[in-house]
Design a protein around this ligand. Structure first.
Ligand code: PLP
Length: 470
């Protein structure tokens, strides 16, 4: 494609995106297709000759779009949000246009330095300890893996990197921790058997006394307690682990403490929610995702460490071909994560932070928190529904319970209720198990979600529950 054609097609793509975002509410929020439906419309062999962009774009609309689930739909209440925003999309265009590979400072000094600056801005906005250093990772999963590798190296005086894994290093998480903790522990060589799942309290938060008890027991049995992963805003219910208590234990016993605030992290920019983020002074590493609830296109995950030297010593390799004249004066982010090649992710976050400002972002988060409050009240007022967990932010966990059904019957009822709700195609909610009970999750955090969408969701939920009753 020559640049004249690119210009023409580029305008068409922007027009299409604008129309899409304007009309996204008209799509069924969840893709209607069955497994294999998309594949069977695509040829099994690659095209021998290049095709016209008009044809490719038409196929995008006709074949691909029906197989897309619309995360930017205002009826998106599933999983957690993955916001985009026009500002962030523009920056993603520019990132693609520049096509820069930002593995070291020299391969794009502005990318490295902008990353340092936005990580510093975010650290100030969240009230994180000023001595922490930040880096943008692709996902919280990668950041947690980095934390586990660093913890492993620190605990073994960097021996595992040299000699391979020791068998007796243990990792501690609550039963409610995200699966990326388990995956990270597997990849980092701890082994699933060395993950200790600590029980939670009535609010689904890790019980610090149980953690300490388990650590003491493990030490007595010859294990080396190496890392604790605490969650601020768990995936299932939005619970907050008691980081101040966990931090004291980790400090006393010299165990790495990593905090996973992938979803909830942005809420730390709200003074009225700052109390949920106490105790960070004893934390070694911390991750949160602007790509969830902060208007920044996937992927963009901010990872902070107290001691960057430990991180880079754990991950760095130093081949001759990557050395540059400025290595001693600059940050080379290639040593701050798993991959060598790095996208210019700081640009979209910079666009978002500048165009919304701190106040704009605070308003954005407050809108969702107050909608969640509104939804919580609707449930509390309805006899046949119950709240299943405290809802501090935008996630509300609830279920139908008329007080007449046994546990199994209730689970089946709620399972079918969820299917029926999503079958209406106007909203999309997901589920989890809390205390083994089938629970519906209503995660409010989509950029364009308004009170009318929450009200509509509630109407649908009630209507479907009504239809299911004799
Ligand atoms: C608490 C928590 N941690 C980690 C993750 C994983 O995030 P990512 O997709 O950025 O790896 C999630 C995803 O929802 C999450 O809720």
């Amino acid at each position: 494609m020559n640049l004249d054609d690119f210009r023409k097609n580029g305008y068409a793509v922007v027009d299409w995106i604008c129309d899409y975002l304007e009309q996204v509410e008209k799509y069924p929020v969840k893709a209607r297709v069955k497994p294999g439906d998309i594949k069977k419309q695509l040829p099994g062999t690659p095209p021998a000759r290049g095709e016209e962009m008009d044809t490719i774009f038409q196929d995008f609309k006709d074949i691909i779009i029906p197989g897309i689930t619309h995360w930017q739909h205002p009826g998106w209440f599933a999983y957690f949000p993955a916001n985009n925003s026009p500002e962030s999309i523009l920056a993603e265009f520019l990132t693609a246009g520049l096509g820069a590979q930002c593995m070291v400072w020299a391969t794009s000094p502005a990318a490295t330095e902008l990353e340092e600056v936005v990580a510093g801005w975010m650290r100030q906005m969240l009230g994180l300890p000023p001595e922490w250093s930040g880096v943008i990772q692709d996902t919280a999963s990668s950041a947690t893996l980095c934390a586990l590798i660093t913890a492993r190296e620190k605990a073994t005086d960097f021996k595992v990197n040299e000699q391979g894994m020791e068998k007796n290093l243990t990792v501690y998480v609550s039963h409610e921790a995200h699966s990326s903790a388990e995956k990270g522990a597997k990849i980092a060589g701890f082994g699933r058997e060395n993950i200790r799942y600590i029980p939670t309290d009535e609010k689904f938060a890790l019980q610090a006394e149980e953690l300490e008890r388990q650590i003491v027991e493990d030490k007595a049995r010859g294990f080396i307690p190496t890392a604790v992963i605490a969650t601020l805003g768990t995936t299932s219910s939005g619970a907050f682990d008691p980081v101040p208590d966990i931090g004291k234990i980790c400090q006393r016993r010299k165990i790495w403490l990593h905090v996973d605030a992938a979803y909830a992290g942005p809420a730390a920019i709200l003074p009225e929610k700052r109390h949920l983020f106490q105790g960070l002074e004893n934390v070694d590493s911390f991750v949160f995702n602007p790509h969830k609830w902060l208007l920044t296109n996937f992927d963009c995950s901010l990872y902070y460490v107290r001691d960057p030297e430990l991180l880079t010593r754990s991950l760095a390799v130093d081949p001759e071909y990557l050395k540059t004249a400025h290595d001693k004066e600059v940050k080379n982010y290639r040593d701050w994560g798993i991959q060598l090649g790095r996208r210019f992710r700081a640009l979209k976050l910079w666009f978002v932070l500048r165009s919304y400002g701190v106040k704009g972002l605070q308003e954005f988060l407050r809108k969702h928190i107050s909608l969640a409050e509104f939804f919580k009240n609707l449930i509390a007022e309805e006899d046949n529904f119950e709240l299943v967990a405290p809802a501090e932010l935008g996630l509300v966990c609830f279920r139908f319970n008329d007080g007449q059904k046994e546990s199994l019957e209730l689970d089946e009822f709620n399972q079918e209720l969820l299917q029926r709700i999503n079958g209406r195609e106007e909203v999309f909610l997901t589920h989890t198990l809390l205390r083994d009970n089938f629970t519906l999750r209503m995660a409010i955090g989509q950029r364009t979600t308004e009170e009318k969408h929450v009200t509509r969701a509630w109407e649908i939920i009630k209507e479907e529950a009504q239809k299911m009753q004799p």
